[in-house]
Ligand binder design. Sequence first.
Ligand code: UDP
Length: 240
Amino acid sequence: MEKRNELYRGKAKTVYTTDDPHYLVMHYRDDVSAFDGVKLAKLDLKGETNNRINAHVMGVLESAGVKTHFVRLLNERESLVKAMKMLPIECVVRNVCAGSMAKRYGIDEGTRLPEPIFEFFLKSDALHDPLCNDDHIRVLGWASADEIGQMKTLTHRVNAVLKPLFAGAGIDLVDYKLEFGHPLDDPQGPLVLGDEFTPDGCRLWDTKSGEKLDKDRFRRDLGEVIERYREVAIRIGAPL
Ligand code: UDP
């Protein structure tokens, strides 16, 4: 598979076309961003650390029967993925109340939830990813009723796999964001997990100490961002 042209440059990853239109190369850069790109920095080793963590987590999910766009690691910073048509929706699952949910409802961060809470957000930096519900998505045509159902089912299946994966490493999986799409070679088929699963898109707290091991270290200027990301990698068994 030959890497060709830059297709899209996101805040932390660059996507390249390949000589096969059904496959893309995802390049994990050292950039980190928060608050819709208002706070930016470069962190040494971030790209390769996230590339490794994502590959490991996607592999665990595939083994558990969750279809993902991940194909294989190519090198330290790059992975081969299936080209997808993504839905413009972010699916968030929360096992513990934190972040925007704590703020929105005035609930203490760290409040344990008796069961996972699922939220949809419209993917739009310009609008700051507004919270939305099934009706907004269906009536405004962002996804069909069937796709909405699939996003919920798949996200709960991912939670059933990842919560124990992190718990086994002494880490609480507090919340995370997933994105889904249809592979270009199967546009009418079932939704497939796309994007990434890394400490950039989830909250991970050490079970014993409560120490934050995710991007909140950057958002809240807690320092040792990559040190903690690398600790996550080692603890969940992702080879660095
Ligand atoms: N998240 C993300 N990208 C987004 C919004 C949220 O990866 O554009 C992740 C975030 O890192 C957290 C979870 O989704 O793990 C829930 O985020 P929240 O709604 O609490 O927003 P935040 O306070 O992180 O902006």
